[in-house]
Design a protein around this ligand. Structure first.
Ligand SMILES: NC(=O)c1ccc[n+]([C@@H]2O[C@H](COP(=O)([O-])OP(=O)(O)OC[C@H]3O[C@@H](n4cnc5c(N)ncnc54)[C@H](OP(=O)(O)O)[C@@H]3O)[C@@H](O)[C@H]2O)c1
Length: 242
């Protein structure tokens, strides 16, 4: 990695996978700019000297100001990690219009808009890495998570299309599809199963560790990964063999 290609913007960095991504990229000498809604967590995280700044916002409302703040602090963005996301666990007939609106805005629209904002500079600099955090639910489907699976599967087509569009500019676009990770996302109030039962459905009988995602994301962010683009990578402890 050259010194010029190490500015990263990570969404959803206040907890869970995004927090570990931010810490791991910071440990590895990236200049990291983070966002989420929880100011306190972002303040705490930014005590790390390689966390160069943060902007607290609701991504369903605000992408432009986030981009502008990140650019002001970092100068330019080499790597965008679209990690923020939410989950709804409900039978289709019980999902509300509000659920539909929120999940589409957060899981789908915000990553799309952030890509739209960062691509022009990446094109000018002939380097860029877009890393989306999808979900194995978007690949194999998940009962009672139709909305979530729909929004996450959209990364497959989006990554392929954008990867083709920007391939000639040294920009790659990939999606990591994690299996179950033990974070607050899977312990929402609607969750009806015990962790033990869940683990029995996973071929490796374990959750994915956030660090496994961070290590893969760091590789995808590196110049060494220049040939890997438009890919959907299942990091799922064997849930999908496809
Ligand atoms: N956990 C799993 O099993 C699993 C599996 C596959 C994929 N994933 C995906 O991995 C990503 C991270 O999930 P996680 O498990 O780490 O979940 P998490 O612990 O719930 O963290 C979600 C992150 O997104 C942020 N966020 C949520 N709503 C937001 C909004 N409206 N505006 C801005 N930021 C928002 C949260 O911060 P604030 O609350 O501070 O805003 C938090 O930092 C998600 O895209 C998820 O779909 C998770």
């Amino acid at each position: 990695m050259t010194e010029e290609n190490n500015n990263v913007l990570i969404t959803g960095a206040s907890k869970g996978i995004g927090l570990v991504l931010a810490q791991y990229f910071a440990e590895n000498n990236f200049n990291v700019f983070v966002t989420a809604r929880s100011v306190k967590s972002l303040e705490e995280l930014s005590k790390n000297p390689n966390i160069k700044g943060f902007y607290a916002c609701d991504l369903t409302k605000d992408c432009l100001f986030l981009y502008q703040e990140a650019k002001k602090v970092l100068g330019h963005i080499d790597v965008l990690i679209n990690n923020a996301g939410a989950y709804v666990c409900a039978e289709i007939e019980k999902t509300t219009d509000e659920d539909i609106k929120n999940l589409i805005k957060l899981n789908l629209e915000a990553p799309y808009k952030l890509c739209r904002l960062v691509i022009p500079d990446m094109k000018k600099r002939n380097f860029g890495r877009i890393i989306n955090i999808g979900s194995i639910s978007g690949i194999v489907g998940e009962a009672y998570a139709t909305l979530y699976s729909m929004t996450k599967s959209s990364f497959v087509g989006f990554s392929k299309a954008l990867a083709l569009e920007v391939a000639q500019y040294g920009i790659t676009v990939n999606t990591i599809h994690p299996g179950w990770v033990d974070t607050s996302l899977i312990h929402g109030e609607n969750m009806t199963f015990e962790d033990r039962e869940l683990i029995d459905t996973i071929p490796q009988r374990r959750f994915i560790e956030p660090k496994e995602i961070a290590v893969l994301a760091k590789y995808l962010a590196s110049p060494d990964a220049k040939g890997m683009t438009g890919q959907s990578i299942n990091l799922c402890a064997g849930i999908s063999m496809g």
